[in-house]
Write a protein that binds this ligand. Structure first.
Ligand SMILES: *[C@@H]1O[C@H](CO)[C@@H](O)[C@H](O)[C@H]1NC(C)=O
Length: 312
């Protein structure tokens, strides 16, 4: 239904644009409004995610990271200089930090984890939530609660990553910091986006793009995150169950920024935090884990798959 509707809408818009403007073809079509406030991403907007997707993918490629030789994922962002990497893919998720000359940016990327185990952990009804550490998140309210495991995992690497980020800003004059990750790595990147915003000078811009990210904290966390981190995108692929866990009935809520890939080359931007009731956003497309497909967690994210087996 949706596809035929989308196609005929596109076709008629295209036809009317051609009829109305025979001599002027806009360089990029304006985003198309869909019902209930979702917006279809243009081809250019979709293509613009590729470097971030490749950075998120590269975090899985343990052996190649120190030298930035991990096949397609590294070659897609050739010129990137890794300056710090760590983790063991077990107790501590692999991560890397480095300088991206073409964007004058520091990039931080976190690896995810085994999706089957991860889904099982996040559907446990005994999930513990806790406050964020006020040494790491100065002044954060004790009415904000996040997933205890994510907070602890984040705290393991946060001081070293912040020190390296500050050093790159100072030495290289970087004026922005990019936080990316997939799966558990997406949750860590989301916490990093808040952490960096609260610890770096306000003239450093923060951008975060995550993939297949679970819910990280409660509604108070989501609203605080929304107020602090404007440039945030969490990309969800088709029927991936990870973005719907832990459940809202357990007190979790996503912040803003959802982009839902509904089919290859077709994605919508969903308004609001976790209440986008539009049929094309994740919450309606994946009503529960029994009506989901864990393979969609791996991609494709605009043709790019993310996971250890995709380190070519
Ligand atoms: C909070 O983080 C700081 C800095 O990493 C650490 O020294 C301290 O032990 C942490 N506090 C708690 C309660 O975990």
């Amino acid at each position: 239904m949706r596809h035929s509707f989308g196609f005929s809408l596109l076709a008629s818009l295209y036809a009317s644009a051609v009829l109305a403007l025979p001599t002027e073809v806009p360089a990029e079509a304006a985003p198309i409004e869909r019902r209930d406030g979702t917006t279809t991403l243009t081809a250019a907007q979709l293509a613009s995610f590729a470097p971030y997707t490749q950075f998120a993918r590269a975090a899985y490629c343990t052996s190649g990271i120190p030298t930035w030789t991990c096949g397609d994922a590294c070659e897609a962002n050739s010129g990137f200089e890794v300056t710090l990497s760590g983790g063991d893919g077990n107790d501590v998720q692999l991560y890397f930090v480095g300088y991206w000359p073409s964007q004058n940016a520091v990039v931080v990327s976190h690896e995810g984890t085994d999706p089957t185990q991860f889904l099982s952990d996040l559907t446990d009804t005994d999930i513990v939530m806790e406050n964020l550490n006020t040494t790491l998140f100065p002044g954060i309210s004790n009415s904000i609660f996040v997933h205890s495991g994510f907070a602890n995992e984040h705290a393991k690497t946060a001081p070293a990553i912040l020190a390296e980020t500050r050093s790159l800003i100072q030495q290289r004059g970087a004026d922005s910091v990019v936080l990316v990750g997939h799966s558990l790595g997406g949750a860590l990147a989301e916490l990093d986006a808040l952490f960096m915003t609260m610890n770096l000078p306000s003239d450093v811009s923060i951008k975060s793009v995550t993939y297949g990210t679970p819910r990280v904290g409660d509604p108070a966390y989501a609203s605080f995150f929304d107020s602090q981190v404007p440039d945030f995108t969490r990309v969800n692929n088709e029927k991936d169950p990870i973005p719907i866990v832990p459940g809202r009935f357990l007190g979790f809520e996503h912040p803003h920024g959802e982009v839902h890939i509904v089919a290859p080359n077709d994605a919508v931007s969903c308004p609001g935090d976790d209440d986008a009731t539009d049929a094309e956003c994740t919450i309606a497309t994946v009503p529960n884990i029994f009506d989901s497909d864990l393979l969609d967690h791996l991609g494709p994210y605009q043709g790019i798959y993310i996971g250890t087996i995709y380190c070519t």
